[in-house]
Design a protein around this ligand. Structure first.
Ligand code: NAP
Length: 480
């Protein structure tokens, strides 16, 4: 007769951190330094979060790496050298791994561990977490460093399971890479991920079909090897650059707050400015060029039309150019994409743009994609269809606060938070760059550092005063 195995004793922690991406790793560093017994639980087999999973061809950051990096340790920022202006995913991942090693963080990271549930016990003011392997964790505080773009979204296309070729999602790319040589490939989605991968897949595939529903504005990154002079100048002033960045809307230094309206200057002067910004690359220059760029449609239209002209001048087939030209939203009101050779790719004979706005995808068949207009035979399909953003990873955990209230139920009408960090009814739980925070609209690492610093200071103060329970009240949450 078999004996029931005794339930394993719960791991006892001061702080449980969920996720070991850029947020989770910094949280371990800060909290451990304050004397809290901390451990991070990470579903992946390595650290890095978004930069661990998004291994698709062309994945790279759209903020310059001298900015998109941790600022908390001057030794780290002085010694690290970025090879390119905008780092690739493998470069960013090796940077994150270096940070984990340099600060000895791995001893407090438990990999391959998915947290499935988190329940607050008001009698003892502790969280009990459950893992998919049946482990239990008891912690005074719980930090959700679960990321904003962690849960890939594949549209619910009829027939997807019957597809006889292989399909991939940008956010769950196989670590060993994918070879598209000689294949007929379909990419669905033209957001940042699609726009980054399309030029590279086109170089490999026998034929590439891009299924576009909405055209996006994309600007040239003008990426290249790191300019060492610029790097040295940056490093000589790193502290003041970081301080300056923290005072700006996007968290990026080097851009002063614009005071001039786009409508105050002559057409020629404006055009010259846009041309300079186009040539120097990146999106922040455009977003910060005129005071009314994002608040006056007429001002915005001057930049939108400049970019539309660029698209028309690059793409040789006028019908394709027209399809690629966004007309349904002001430029910069969706996150601007950065690319390397995106529009040029449509001049290749092995690339076809399929407009699924006028002829939507009806179903996936065993051999490819059927739209309302045509059938496309494919050997492989790539979904660059985005994420269940902001709330996806949190909804995947069964989070229960005071009196067993589920976070999913509370957020049924949309997420409600205080500062994007705390949730009324869920004491002692903190979200790093959660919904309602300015996180994703900024240079993410600054926002991550700010949130982790804020929470760490709060926990330190609370512990010093023997405070066992910290909670946002409903009114503060509603006002926020
Ligand atoms: P995304 O911006 O959400 O784009 C998803 C794309 O898939 C859109 O073009 C969308 O079309 C299309 N799509 C979705 N469902 C579809 C359907 N049923 N039929 C046809 N098309 C469909 O996703 P993403 O490109 O992965 O980007 C996600 C976030 O990550 C963004 O905030 C982005 O800025 C960020 N990101 C940043 C970088 C970087 O730092 N360089 C790189 C990649 C991603 P509609 O527009 O019509 O919905």
């Amino acid at each position: 007769m078999s004996q029931a195995t005794p339930a394993k004793e719960a791991i006892q922690l001061d702080v449980a951190v969920i996720g070991a991406g850029l947020g989770g790793l910094y949280a371990i560093h800060r909290l451990r330094g304050l004397g809290f017994k901390t451990r991070a639980f990470e579903a992946g087999s390595g650290v890095g979060g978004t930069w661990f999973w998004n291994k698709y061809p062309g994945a790279r950051c759209d903020i310059e790496s001298l900015e998109y990096s941790y600022s908390f340790d001057d030794g780290l920022q002085q010694e690290w050298s970025w090879p390119e202006r905008y780092a690739t995913q493998p470069q960013i991942l090796s940077y994150i791994q270096h940070v984990a090693e340099r600060f000895d963080l791995m001893r407090d990271v438990q990999l391959n561990t998915r947290i499935t549930g988190a329940t607050f016990d008001g009698d003892v003011n502790r969280w009990t977490l459950a893992t998919s392997d049946g482990e239990a964790i008891s912690a005074r505080f719980c930090i959700m460093a679960t990321g904003n773009l962690s849960t890939p979204r594949v549209p619910d296309f009829k027939g997807i399971d019957a597809f006889e070729g292989k399909w991939y999602h940008s956010g769950r790319w196989p670590a060993e890479g994918v070879d598209f040589t000689g294949k007929r490939v379909g990419v669905i989605g033209t957001g940042s991920s699609g726009i980054q991968m399309i030029p590279l897949i086109a170089q490999q595939a026998k034929h590439l079909y891009v299924f576009q529903r909405t055209a996006n504005f994309s600007l040239p990154a003008q990426n290249g090897p790191m300019d060492r002079e610029r790097e040295n100048a940056f490093k000589a002033n790193y502290r003041s650059r970081r301080d300056e960045a923290r005072q700006t809307g996007f968290g990026v230094s080097g851009y002063s707050v614009p005071t001039q309206s786009a409508l105050e200057v002559s057409d020629e002067e404006r055009r010259k400015k846009y041309e300079t910004l186009w040539e120097s690359g990146g999106s922040i220059g455009f977003l910060s060029c005129y005071s009314d760029f994002l608040v006056n449609e007429e001002a915005n239209e001057t930049a939108a039309e400049f970019v539309r002209d660029k698209i028309r001048s690059v793409v040789r087939d006028p019908k394709v150019a027209a399809l690629l030209t966004p007309t349904d939203h002001p430029i910069g009101t969706k996150r601007l994409c950065l690319d390397t050779g995106y529009y040029e790719t449509y001049n290749r004979p092995n690339v076809s743009l399929v407009d699924v706005r006028t002829a939507p995808i009806q179903e996936i068949t065993p051999r490819g994609v059927r739209t309302t207009g045509q059938v496309y035979d494919l050997d492989a399909m790539v979904f660059a269809t985005g994420f269940d953003a902001m709330t996806g990873a949190l909804r995947e955990i069964d989070i229960r606060g005071v009196d067993g209230e589920r976070l999913g139920d509370k957020w049924v009408g949309g997420p409600m938070t205080y500062l994007g960090i705390m949730v009324a009814g869920f004491p002692n739980m903190f979200i790093v760059t959660g919904p309602g925070s300015p996180g994703v609209k900024s240079q993410m690492i600054h926002s991550i550092e700010q949130h982790v610093d804020w929470v760490s200071d709060l926990l330190k103060t609370a512990s010093g005063r023997q405070i066992r329970r910290i909670e946002a009240d409903a009114e503060a949450e509603s006002n926020w």
